[in-house]
Design a binder for this molecule. Structure first.
Ligand code: NAP
Length: 248
């Protein structure tokens, strides 16, 4: 019997859970639990890590999973690597669903870097006020620059967890997309932002900051997606459904 493991954490994963449920395909939606969920998926949900590759492998066997769809965020590289290794070991077909990245448009001024360490290195002394639109997890990469720059941070949830930057080096905005261009322009002006650091997440929900940067001629240090081993990929929930149905 078909039993899909859908590794979620993105809006597209939520959409796919709805399509699976509507097609009567059994599955489990797995959520890391790092942030509060905004939407309840249509499939039964499990929350929390599996315990690395070994833990995931044990889960796949225990729950008799027949297919895995990795619909995690393009920067959730550890989960994606674990899925590749565990599915190979278990002989279970794996599909990675990943929306396209953004590409530079006329009027954009991007400095493209491979990772967060390179983003920190790319900050210039003139970038006094920096909008770190990178979430919470990789802020520590900028701790060494906290005396030279002032950071504007944006995270999706307020948590008790201390941030790895000195309190006087930053201000914190708690907000969840989608964001509108006019609001992003207002935010960049209000905080007198000189430079933005962004992950190349792709998708529409968080693209407005890139359009706002273009309008205000603000440079964007754009962090490329992590490199992952070769795997079967698609871009949309509909394509993922097509792949699954072709195997049933
Ligand atoms: P990560 O670094 O790849 O994952 C760290 C660990 O979290 C994994 O090794 C795994 O723990 C657990 N995990 C991640 N996704 C999981 C899932 N869907 N179900 C069960 N366990 C999961 O990922 P991350 O960057 O921390 O992201 C965590 C979640 O937030 C992902 O689901 C991702 O889609 C979502 N998210 C991430 C970003 C981002 O920018 N990174 C942005 C938006 C949403 P074990 O090794 O114990 O199994």
């Amino acid at each position: 019997m078909t039993q899909v493991l859908l590794l979620g954490g993105t809006f597209d994963a939520y959409v796919l859970s709805t399509l699976l449920h509507a097609s009567g395909i059994a599955g489990v939606y797995s959520y890391a639990g790092a942030t509060q969920t905004r939407r309840t998926p249509a499939l039964p949900m499990r929350v929390g890590g599996f315990g690395g590759v070994e833990g995931l492998l044990a889960y796949l066997r225990d729950k008799q999973i027949t297919h895995v769809i990795d619909a995690t965020h393009p920067f959730a590289a550890q989960m994606s690597r674990n899925a590749i290794a565990a599915c190979a070991a278990a002989g279970i077909p794996l599909l990675s669903m990943e929306r396209p990245g953004w590409s530079q448009q006329a009027g954009d001024h991007w400095i493209q870097v491979p990772d967060m360490a390179a983003a920190e290195q790319a900050l210039r002394p003139d970038d006094r006020r920096v909008f770190l639109a990178i979430g919470r997890k990789q802020l520590a990469a900028f701790a060494g620059k906290a005396e030279q720059h002032h950071f504007v941070l944006r995270v999706v949830d307020r948590t008790e967890e201390a941030l790895p930057l000195p309190a006087d080096s930053h201000e914190l905005i708690v907000a969840r997309g989608p964001f509108r261009v006019e609001d992003e322009i207002a935010l960049l002006k209000r905080h007198a932002v000189d430079c933005i650091v962004s992950k190349n997440a792709g998708g529409a929900d968080t693209y407005a900051k890139i359009e706002a940067a273009r309008a205000l001629r603000i440079p964007v240090i754009m962090v490329d997606r992590p490199q992952l081993p070769q795997r079967l990929r698609c871009q949309t929930p509909e394509q993922a459904m097509g792949w699954l149905k072709s195997l049933l």
